[in-house]
Write a protein that binds this ligand. Sequence first.
Ligand SMILES: [Mg+2]
Length: 205
Amino acid sequence: MTRTRTNGDHRWVAVDLDDVVIQFNAALARGLEELTGDKIDIEQITTWGQTPFRDAAKSAGYASHWDWLKDHAYVWVEAELMPGADEGLARLRKLGFKVELLTSKPSWARWIVFHQIARHGLDVDRVTIVPTSLAQGAHKKVRKVDWSSAYYLVDDGPHNLEEWALAGRAGIVFDRPWNRGDVDTWRAYSWPEVVQFFALMSRVG
Ligand SMILES: [Mg+2]
């Protein structure tokens, strides 16, 4: 566990928050369903950015679901833990890795990250919040890879994993309905599988 390379520090594992550690899309679907009565099945979201949330928020008079969330932050606050995520993060640290929670958030939502850490007792070494801008209703992201020196990334966003791979680092895709297309990395279907991967990595050093 002493290897470091210019393309990333092998001791560090960056872990995304939404839909890896907490069940963000399920919470969002539940919130919008209460508002509009429209049932949103997140299993039907088969590509990233293909979002039934935007339509539901528009029917409630908001430009986007991000605007709607700002007025209904309780939805994000109440998002449940992904099964085994708390234990999994702790296990990564016990294996000798450093864990960085690496999440993109608009400035108004930064506090939610710390709320979730406290609420679920998340065992992490570092928190990095990548700023997003909400230009013309679009949720434009700054690249995560530019904000972290971790070699490993566990994420559900295909674009994040692609940028990570292009930087010569290792990505682990956390299986969600919207990332089952062309994501050419090791896939974890659950937190125990994430832990299994890193247990192996810690042995090969
Ligand atoms: Mg995510």
